[in-house]
Design a protein around this ligand. Structure first.
Ligand SMILES: [Mn+2]
Length: 288
């Protein structure tokens, strides 16, 4: 490194990339928002979330624990603006490279479609995957305005690949999506009001899941009074304390990857970016 220069932003507390140890976590950003249908700007998510991560202390007071997990920030992938399928393929290839190094992916989005590539790579690697999907929306449309690769179809593609889905925080879905859930067997739903009233039951359900788990968090699952800068703000969402319980519960399981997507913030210090950074920070504090 040259004197009087600084490295590009990396997530706070990330390790040096030339000293990588195996069985760790690797952050990649996906600055892509080409299928966004409402509030655009999630292509800026990776940079504002990384910047917000510097607001946290290495000691995580909420969980009485230091962040000691080994993780690295590999920067952003080269997306293909306007081409969701090609971008998903690059995400898939990059996740495969991480898995070859025995590094588990953490993806900062970017629109939710990035998850398609990560889930594809992970399901091929492990043969089986349960996706814990925190979102206001089901994202189970077969296509969205004729497109199979879209932020609105992510979990339908995951389901086609054979992933089991546990959808938490749902409060908006089409009649077709609800019909699809009724007609299939491996989609479990916990609506927002279930989270508010029956968290014990959700914890019990999560702790009993077998096999590898991928966590996919659309920031619109959080109440828009707390996290308004998302692609599709939806009233009546989860609170931060509830997300903390879910992340802590899942940290005792075999989590093989995480994404935190749809942060559509256009300025530093944005609430939504801070909350997204906190979710990643909490996860990294809790996982071993
Ligand atoms: Mn959503």
């Amino acid at each position: 490194m040259l004197l009087n220069t600084y490295e590009p932003w990396k997530f706070a507390f990330s390790g040096e990339n030339d000293e990588i140890i195996e069985n760790s976590f690797g952050i990649i950003g996906v600055p892509f928002d080409s299928t966004t249908s409402y509030h655009s700007g999630s292509r800026l998510g990776p940079i504002v979330v990384r910047e917000a991560s510097f607001g946290f202390e290495k000691y995580n007071t909420v969980f009485n624990k230091d962040l000691t997990t080994s993780f690295y920030d590999f920067g952003d992938i080269n997306v293909v603006p306007g081409n969701c399928e090609a971008t998903c393929r690059i995400v898939e290839d990059t996740v495969n490279e991480l898995l070859d190094l025995n590094i588990k992916p953490i993806i900062i989005g970017g629109e939710h479609s990035a998850s398609i590539g990560a889930i594809k790579a992970l399901i091929e690697r492990y043969g089986k995957l349960t996706v814990i999907h925190l979102d206001a929306h089901r994202d189970l449309a077969f296509d969205f305005v004729g497109e199979k690769y879209s932020h609105a179809t992510v979990m339908r593609r995951a389901h086609e690949m054979g992933a089991g889905l546990v959808q938490i925080g749902i409060r908006s879905s089409s009649a077709d999506e609800n019909e699809f859930v009724k007609s299939t067997y491996n989609v479990q739903t916990f609506k927002t009001k279930d989270v508010h009233k029956h968290m014990d039951a959700i914890e019990y359900y999560l702790i009993n899941i077998d096999g590898p788990i991928y966590i996919s968090i659309d920031m619109d699952v959080v109440d828009p009074s707390i996290a308004p800068s998302v692609g599709n703000p939806t009233p009546g969402g989860l609170f931060i304390s509830e997300i903390e319980v879910i992340i802590e519960t899942l940290s005792h399981k075999n989590v093989v990857g995480l994404d935190v997507v749809e942060t559509a913030a256009d300025r530093l210090g944005d609430n939504t970016a801070v909350v997204a950074a906190k979710i990643i920070y909490d996860f990294l504090t809790l996982v071993e």
